[in-house]
Design a protein around this ligand. Structure first.
Ligand SMILES: Cc1ncc(COP(=O)(O)O)c(C=O)c1O
Length: 356
């Protein structure tokens, strides 16, 4: 039986989107490729409401999270964490030999401007955090944080992992003004995994031009030289790009405001269900994710629950990191609709009753 994925990623991909991948192969240096690449970047800019340069590379989002650190930091940066993926971002810095100071906020709480007061110094080359922390279901107030970073050090770059929020929550990039914003295909874009993206500012590019030891594959200066001509630096997954171009048309046809509202509505549905059936959601009120409901599971035998749910054709996600055994996660991003989510909720209710 094919399963409907209400997971944190990869997520459910519609059949027509999958079929868009089956167009005949082209090389990545021909005119048709150039048109495809240009079309994707233009549509992404429109959807995200930004004029920033957008680079794409074959790989998962982490390749460009790591790339942002390598291009933007010579020695010291600050990592903010309130969950597993905040920790991962910091690890990307330390694994690349950077000196990463850190601010830790309790899991479930949002990172606020007041948490970083006095923490951004003249030596801080960049501040890095996650927009939507997928382990806890917290949507951090990134614009507030970006403004606070610049108040303390206008030269510090703002690097934001938007892996589970881009295309699902309005990030208001014109106010946030990130210097590097990273995401991939397998989350709210509702495509198979395999492409990573970064939106970059002019300041990021100036920094990259001066930074040494950034490697080849994600050298932003090299990526820009190619991107300016609508080419990729190395061979990209062209089939996935066909599907992306097709999917962006669908996204723009839905309209971004409608898309954001659909995701917010599904977040409310999960929250109501979690309150009715469990102890509610893990993250604090006011900063809850629009894409992932992290449910406090109490004494639930998650494995038994999930096995029964899978037999009904539904798949959700286990808890993650330090709260793996006390939570489970329901992903509702991309092309999931409130009606489809209703179906999952009904199946979860039935399963809970059967387990009693
Ligand atoms: C917030 C966040 N950041 C980073 C990642 C890693 O992304 P990828 O596996 O595409 O490298 C994930 C994956 O779930 C994520 O949810």
């Amino acid at each position: 039986m094919s399963r409907k994925l209400f997971t944190v990623g990869p997520v459910h991909v519609e059949d027509d989107v999958l079929r868009a991948m089956t167009r005949p192969m082209i090389t990545h240096r021909c005119k048709e490729y150039k048109a495809l690449h240009g079309s994707i970047v233009e549509k992404m800019r429109k959807a995200l409401d930004t004029d920033m340069d957008i680079f794409l590379v074959g790989g998962s989002a982490t390749v460009l999270i790591e790339g942002a650190v390598r291009n933007g930091v010579s020695s010291a940066c600050l990592g903010l964490s309130n969950g597993s993926f905040g920790n991962r971002f910091i690890e990307c810095g330390t694994a690349n030999g950077k000196d990463v100071a850190r601010v830790d906020v309790p899991w479930g709480k949002a990172i606020r401007a007041s948490d970083i007061e006095g923490k951004v110094t003249d030596a801080t080359e960049a501040v890095c955090w996650v927009s939507n922390e997928s382990s806890t279901g917290v949507l951090n107030p990134s614009t507030e944080l970006a403004e606070e970073v610049r108040r303390q050090n206008p030269d510090a770059l703002v690097m934001v992992d938007a892996v589970t929020s881009a295309f699902a929550a309005d990030l208001d990039l014109r106010r946030m003004r990130p210097d590097a914003l990273m995401f991939g295909t397998q989350k709210a874009l509702a495509l198979p995994p395999g492409l990573a993206f970064v939106c970059v500012s002019e300041e990021m590019m100036e920094r990259s031009a001066k930074t040494k030891g950034k490697g080849f594959y994600t050298d932003f200066v090299k990526l820009k030289k190619n991107a300016d001509e609508n080419y990729a630096l190395t061979t990209p997954p062209v089939s996935l790009m066909y599907a992306l171009d097709y999917q962006l048309d669908r996204i723009l046809a839905e309209g971004m405001q409608a898309r954001y509202e659909r995701h917010a509505k599904m977040a409310r549905m999960v929250e109501e269900w979690a309150q009715k059936r469990f102890d509610g959601l893990f993250p604090e009120e006011g900063f809850r994710s629009r894409t992932i409901g992290v449910v406090k599971r109490g004494g639930l035998d998650f494995d038994a629950f999930h096995t029964a749910l899978k037999a009904k054709g539904y798949e959700i996600s286990n808890g993650y990191g330090d709260i793996k055994s006390s939570t489970f996660r329901i992903g509702h991003m991309g092309d999931i609709t409130p009606a489809a989510l209703e179906g999952l909720i009904k199946a979860m209710d039935e399963t809970l009753e059967e387990m009693q």
